[in-house]
Write a protein that binds this ligand. Structure first.
Ligand code: ASP
Length: 310
């Protein structure tokens, strides 16, 4: 059997060690561990990489600690607008949604776009009609209410500023979530889900649901899920850029991922990180911020959960 592996992230950003209590750190690590275990279990039972990444991301979406699903940040209107994408690398099938509200697990709606529609990307009201047709329950806004997120929004409300969930002041919570996996059959997949940026308006959409920017998978090269300042990640077509460096320049997964995060996106002015896997089960998790909530496990290596630079 081939090596199988999975990596997850819960956002990259200004994660200063001194600002984290032992209790909080333990809570983040345990939520990340739950997601990693759930995704890994799918792979260990010979499940597909796309099932593994959807499973892991759902666990993170259900936690209030991360800016996705339940923990999504507030928009300028005091609502929650979520984006998600999922892609598999064998047939390059992809599904994505953006500007959706009231959906508990946006990653599953993205998966349904992939499986049940003729399309790749549905947005706003149309995406919500698709959700209704597929009998999704619409959660009331209280489901997404979180005191800290509300305070983050109060700090910016009425201004033109919008903010990355993870580069705010002191005790901010952090980010977008994602998973990448390589299954025992050598197929890779990526999924990403986010509430975007606090106080965002005008139907702002970040990189997370955009195939090639925040999320991408191709068995020939890699599967990638990004987190960071979305505008820069869109302009840098980050996830696809990692794939291109591997395909056209022959770089390894680690070299390509590092080149994009430590050089190319930094030059543009973007901060953040990504997790990536190739069809041999190798994993790369570079970031150019203080930290990135992340974890990995391989069939050949125990892996672990990490927050800061090692
Ligand atoms: N990349 C996400 C966005 O711009 C934010 C994040 O990674 O937390 O919507």
């Amino acid at each position: 059997m081939k090596t199988f592996s999975i990596a997850i992230h819960g956002g990259a950003g200004t994660l200063l060690k001194g600002q984290m209590t032992a209790e909080k750190e333990a809570a983040y690590k345990s939520a990340l561990q739950d997601a990693l275990d759930a995704g890994y279990a799918v792979l260990a039972e010979k499940g597909s990489s796309i099932d593994a990444v959807e499973t892991a991301v759902k666990v993170l979406e259900d936690s209030p600690l991360f800016n996705a699903g339940k923990g999504s940040v507030f928009t300028a209107e005091g609502t929650h607008e979520m984006d998600a994408a999922i892609m598999e690398g064998k047939e390059l099938k992809a599904g994505a949604v953006s500007l959706i509200t009231g959906i508990k697990n946006p990653v599953s709606l993205a998966r349904d776009v992939l499986e049940k529609s003729e399309h790749v990307f549905l947005a706003g009201e149309g995406a919500m009609r698709f959700a209704e047709q597929n009998t999704y329950k619409i959660e009331p806004s209280e489901y997404f209410y979180d005191e800290l997120r509300y305070q983050q929004w109060q700090d910016l409300k009425g201004s033109d500023a919008f903010q990355l969930d993870h580069s705010v002041k002191k005790d901010s919570k952090f980010g977008t979530v994602g998973a990448v996996a390589c299954d025992a059959f050598g197929t890779i997949a990526a999924a990403t889900s986010t509430g975007g940026m606090t106080n965002k308006k005008w139907g702002r959409v970040g990189d997370s649901p955009m195939i090639g920017a925040g999320n991408y998978a191709n068995n020939k090269t890699c599967a990638v899920s990004c987190t960071g300042s979305g505008e820069f990640f869109i302009r840098g077509v980050v996830a696809y850029d990692v794939s291109c460096l591997m395909e056209y320049k022959g770089l390894s997964l680690a070299e390509a991922a590092s080149e994009v995060i430590q050089h190319r996106i930094l030059k543009l002015g973007g901060d953040g990180g990504l997790i990536a896997v190739d069809a041999q089960g190798n994993i790369a998790m570079p970031f150019n911020t203080e930290g990135m909530y992340r974890g990995f496990r391989k069939s050949t290596e125990e892996g672990g959960i990490m927050i800061y630079k090692q």
